[in-house]
Design a protein around this ligand. Structure first.
Ligand code: NAD
Length: 450
């Protein structure tokens, strides 16, 4: 693996792991396969206890994990603590699942019909660099709870927390081979998860372009696949809302994690009669954002993850008409200020494409129908917000926007106990929520004649 860089300073880290080769990936997949029958047959109460023990060990190492993410990914320390806590909370939540994998008893003539939820075997989880810890846990916590073993490939840029979490699993008493972390390239390790016949399901989070390749690759073996992909979500602000509150919230809906967030509301639609007031208040809020060293407790936004990502985002900014920006350190490291663009043309790249950086485009609309049409005028459908004081309108618009996760008068996106996933090219299947463990099982139907 190429040398890891601290995005805040541009300095090399001295802890870059080696990239797994194809042969090493195969060996880990086989180890996970060998560990599967033992893990599947662990009594439900014992599997639950082990997941709770894993959560407790993560909790003991929360600060260490958070600091590692600050170093490797440039996340603000406040966010990184939340992310490590999310791993713990997911494990605790899904530790209830082994004892609740209920089948059904279905009325039939001439016998009894029952269903069982059986684990799949080895599950391959491929994660991106933007939220290395939570996204890994959203896959492995329900997969392990349902009795599967896991091979987890972190992103090339941000493998350190996943590797540490794998060590903590062993420390907590999970049997060797149950949760395996395989750092390496997408084109080697990730593709092997897709092609290896012993991997029974691939959970992929990342770009839509790679997601399409993975879906096509999985088709060859009719392999189960979950895709959590890109987004271009809309934040719809109606004039009947508390405009000050909506404008104060908007920066956090898009600039969190320096905009490297699949749920970022990177298009703001504002009803024309409130447009000037909203944009004025947004400017005040954006200029007040504290873009600081992510290790600083006051920091609200850190650097971008890499020089390449910063250059990609800068190219969008160069091609757009910038209305105003916040501030950012000059460097070293991969910094950009939070940037607001006023858009009048829906064909502009900054309006249509997932920028994945601290850039938001604002546009005016006249009525509810136009707002919904603009929000839906995208191939994506992951997330979004609606700000209004009219409950009827909130529900009408929420039902008409083609996206998997919407918030009303809020910019919150993900709760591990509610389902999460995308419409259209933002994904396939759902993660999280109470049903997630079932997505890591086959439902078997058994008819007993009597
Ligand atoms: P990416 O698609 O480049 O990479 C994601 C992962 O896939 C990495 O681990 C990478 O090594 C691996 N990979 C790359 N090529 C592969 C291949 N051919 N076969 C198998 N694996 C391969 O994405 P990224 O740049 O790391 O992350 C940013 C993207 O992730 C954005 O589009 C963002 O919207 C998306 N994302 C989506 C969600 C969601 O839940 N919907 C969450 C976070 C990020």
């Amino acid at each position: 693996m190429s040398t890891l860089i601290n995005p805040t300073t541009g300095a090399e880290l001295d802890s870059s792991p080696a990239s797994a080769s194809l042969e090493e990936a195969d060996a880990v997949i086989e180890r996970a396969h060998d560990a599967f029958p033992g893990w599947r047959d662990v009594a439900p109460g014992e599997r639950a206890r082990l997941l709770r023990a894993f959560a407790a060990v993560v909790d003991e190492h929360l600060e260490e994990l958070a600091q590692l993410e600050v170093l490797n990914a440039g996340h603000t320390v406040g966010n990184a603590r939340w992310e490590a806590g999310n791993v713990r909370d997911c494990l605790n939540y899904y530790s209830a699942a082994p004892e609740r994998l209920f089948g059904r008893q279905i009325p039939v003539a001439g016998g009894t019909d029952v269903t069982f939820h059986e684990p799949l075997g080895v599950v391959g989880i491929i994660v991106p660099w933007n939220f290395p810890m939570p996204i890994a846990a959203w896959g492995f916590a329900p997969a392990l709870a349902a009795g599967n073993t896991v091979v987890l490939k972190p992103a090339e840029l941000t493998p350190l927390t996943a590797i540490r979490i794998g060590e903590l699993a062993l420390e907590a008493g999970l049997p060797p081979g149950v949760l395996n972390v395989v750092p390496g390239k997408g084109s080697v390790v990730g593709e092997r998860f897709v092609t290896h016949p012993l991997v029974r399901k691939v959970c992929f989070t990342g770009s839509t372009a790679v997601g399409k390749k993975i879906m096509a690759g999985c088709a060859d073996q009719v392999k189960r696949v979950t895709l959590e992909l890109g987004g271009k979500s809309a934040n719809i602000v109606f004039a009947d809302t508390d405009v000050a509150a909506a404008a104060a919230s908007a920066p956090y809906a898009v600039f969190d994690n320096a905009g490297q967030d699949c749920c970022a509301r990177s298009r703001i639609l504002v009803q024309r009669s409130a447009y000037d007031e909203f944009v004025g208040r947004l400017e005040t809020a954006v200029r007040a954002l504290r873009v600081l060293d992510p290790a600083d407790e006051q920091s609200e936004m850190g650097p971008l993850v890499s020089a390449a990502q910063r250059d990609t985002v800068q190219a969008y900014v160069d091609g757009a008409t910038v209305a105003f920006t916040g501030t950012a350190p000059d460097g070293p490291g991969w910094w950009l200020p939070p940037t607001v663009v006023e858009s009048r043309d829906t064909s502009e790249p900054v309006w249509r494409e997932e920028v994945f950086g601290p850039v938001v485009a604002v546009m005016a609309f006249d009525d509810e129908d136009e707002a919904v049409a603009l929000a839906n005028d995208t191939d994506y459908g992951l997330s979004g917000s609606i700000f209004t004081s009219d409950v009827g309108r909130a529900l009408r618009v929420a039902r008409r926007v083609e996206a998997g996760n919407l918030s009303v008068n809020s910019h919150s996106s993900v709760r591990y106990w509610t389902p999460f996933g995308g419409y259209k090219q933002s994904g396939l299947g759902r993660e999280l929520g109470p049903d997630a463990p079932n997505a890591f099982t086959e439902e078997k139907n058994v008819f007993i004649a009597h």
